[in-house]
Write a protein that binds this ligand. Sequence first.
Ligand code: G4P
Length: 528
Amino acid sequence: MSIQDEIAKRRTFGIISHPDAGKTTLTEKLLLFGGAIQEAGAVKSNKIKKGATSDFMEIERQRGISVATSVLAFIYKDKKINILDTPGHKDFAEDTFRTLTAVDSVIVVIDVAKGVETQTEKLVEVCRMRNIPIIVFINKMDREGKDAFDLLDEVEQKLGLRITPLSFPIGMGYNFKGIYNIWDKNINLFTEESKQYITESVAFDDVNNPELETYIGTEAAKTLREELELVHEVYPKFNQEEYLAGELQPVFFGSALNNFGVRELLDCFVDIAPIPQPKQSDKRLVRPEEDKFTGFVFKIHANMDPRHRDRLAFIKVVSGIFKRNKPYLHVKNNKKLKFSSPNAFFAAKKEIVDESFPGDIVGLHDTGNFKIGDTLTEGEVLNYKGVPSFSPEHFRYINNADPLKSKQLHKGIDQLMDEGVAQLFTLEMNGRKVIGTVGALQYEVIQYRLEHEYGAKCSYENLNVYKACWVEATDNKEEFKEFKRVKQKFLAKDKHGKLVFFADSMFSLQMTQQKYPSVKLHFVSEWE
Ligand code: G4P
């Protein structure tokens, strides 16, 4: 098979949702339809269960599971589907943001009763910024929830999407009768007996056909016809180009728990979802079909076994063919590396592979060479853009609590930061180290892992910071100098040596911006 054929076969995507909307259930059902697993319950949820004894102990346990579920691959209708797992817990949102740099599209799961929730808003915003094609799946239709049109309005408004339903529910909750599939023109009937099984659907080109009544009853048939007419009038016609450009988002309804509407979603997904896409580097746009391999690290899993310093770096293949035992250039370190046992992922297993193609994820055993965002090539010097850091929400000084173990502490902090657990800043004024995180939970994780994996102890001290802003140097040298002089107390360097301004309140941020208009402040570490 040519590389073009291999590329055309691949669909690499992520499922995102607010916790509990049904991401794990949907993932599992997709694997079930793909024949990758035989029964429900085979995919372990890597979310943090409610009522767990201690959240961070639970995270440690889940870290084991999440290596296996980081990439779930299966073949469906001759297409190779790669699902990249994203953590549901909000404190790990940054992990999800990074994973989004490696997907070509996403499916957003929304709970019909809860509607659009905060985590979904944040994640979709990141997808929109990058024009990632999005499909929306409204889940739990077997439960009472919001009216379909109200919910569609909410999705449009809160998520800022331009949507078009490709399926439409017939009733909901107790009266849920099934789904009319606008994309394939058929109805899929929901019966108690069909629960947990894969049901066949009835082809139905024309909803005006009187036979509809025999399937769903007079009342429901009348409502469905009216609703479909409204859908037709209100929403734009589906157009694949617009979807691929991130300008139009199709919506499906279903119930993942009941296998309902999942096959419709998957069938449409393999038809319309993007194949592996070109990616922008600091030098040029790289196309998947190019001869030479390039790829980048979007995730690192470290110290699964505390006795060995083992790390698994997850690489997304962007172009060419990744080959086992072939030397590749680690661009940042200017070092050639060879990998004798690269892992590929299939269903919930990993196995050693000889070749991987664009769109695939390869797991490379690493002894500490990789950082998130690093690029591998066959020799060309280029770096992929787009694994930015976002301003953390929490900030604390980190202190060494065991002076005899300061070497271990530094090494531990360094490696945990490479893994992307949190962000490290060094204050310009006095060199003190500050750890910034998305959630308070991370501080416990760091403390626990430093102790158990590196034998080091730390303590924290609160620091009042509202946002960390990356500073874009300005041509106005005088103003920049003055800014740095006056704000010296609030300046730090991030891990890559970039200048960061710690604003202690929204007010001080606004004042600073007013006072030094030429100094640009960004909430993200990379900007155009
Ligand atoms: P998440 O990964 O997005 O966090 O959600 P997950 O799939 O774990 O689903 C959250 C809860 O919602 C689970 O129940 C799951 O069974 C339920 N669920 C998922 N899809 C549907 C659906 O279509 N209909 C209904 N009624 N429920 C659904 P749980 O009680 O929290 O967990 P479990 O004990 O069932 O695993």
